[in-house]
Write a protein of this length. Structure first.
Length: 251
């Protein structure tokens, strides 16, 4: 858990600082010591600004966790599953978000460990500079996003940014990779959601046809089909199948 938290904090800082890393000669992350003996001292004022900048970075951590990891696909698919089952608020949003978070932790664990080992630990030992920390730390998350991003989405955002056609993946900017990754994740989640809906729609149609043939037009088909949906989902061990498919979809 601690490598995950450390890597997440490092990743948050790196995303904000990545755009400025190329132009900065030396980059150092702020420490936690805060002291003002002389308000007119330039170094102390600079330290205050660094602390404020660091707190701003931490406020963006939830957005980075949601949009730059596997969280988006998992949460959207689970929401589609709940709607397909027709169970209204069950499982509740808290359960869906919690399950999505822990599945994200499980899927992203190799990425967090790589960031922690190759970037955060050497920086804590003062073996690398802040600029090198950003460079090393962004590489694992960059590789993860590129593996899950469609080339058409990358080309779309590259053209929108009016950038030259990149010669390699390393030359792609994060400002194009991140939105392309998010759009690709949403597309994949909607495709999985469509496949989830199919068997339940067929079951709804069968139940509706039976009720109409029996003359029970005033009886809502959903009231009859929902128990059968739950029974079908439990009999095929739907939760295990769905989680296994989600995890394997990232590998």
């Amino acid at each position: 858990m601690w490598p995950f938290l450390g890597a997440l904090a490092t990743l948050t800082a790196m995303v904000i600082l990545h755009a400025h890393a190329a132009s900065a000669a030396e980059l150092s992350l702020p420490g936690l010591r805060f002291q003002l003996d002389d308000p007119d001292a330039p170094r102390q004022i600079s330290g205050v600004l660094q602390i404020l900048f660091f707190l701003t970075i931490l406020s963006l951590a939830p957005a980075i966790l949601i949009l730059m990891t596997s969280f988006t696909r998992i949460a959207v698919v689970l929401a589609f599953l709940r709607q397909a089952l027709g169970t209204q608020g069950s499982p509740p949003n808290q359960v869906i978000i919690g399950l999505s978070l822990f599945l994200t932790l499980f899927i992203m664990q190799p990425v967090w460990q790589k960031i922690h080992q190759e970037a955060l630990t050497p920086y804590q030992k003062h073996e690398i500079s802040g600029e090198e920390l950003v460079k090393r730390g962004m590489q694992p998350i960059r590789e993860f996003m590129l593996k899950q991003t469609r080339k058409a989405d990358l080309a779309f955002f590259t053209s929108l940014a009016q950038e030259d056609k990149p010669q390699s993946a390393e030359s792609l900017s994060m400002t194009a990779i991140i939105p392309a990754f998010i759009i690709s994740e949403l597309k994949t989640a909607f495709q999985i959601g469509f496949l989830l809906y199919l068997p339940f729609i067929i079951l709804d149609m069968v139940i509706s046809s039976i009720l109409l043939s029996m003359g029970m037009m005033m009886l809502p088909p959903v009231m009859i089909s929902m128990p059968f949906k739950l029974m079908l989902f439990v009999l095929v061990d739907g939760w295990s199948l769905l989680v296994t498919s989600l995890v394997k979809s990232f590998r």
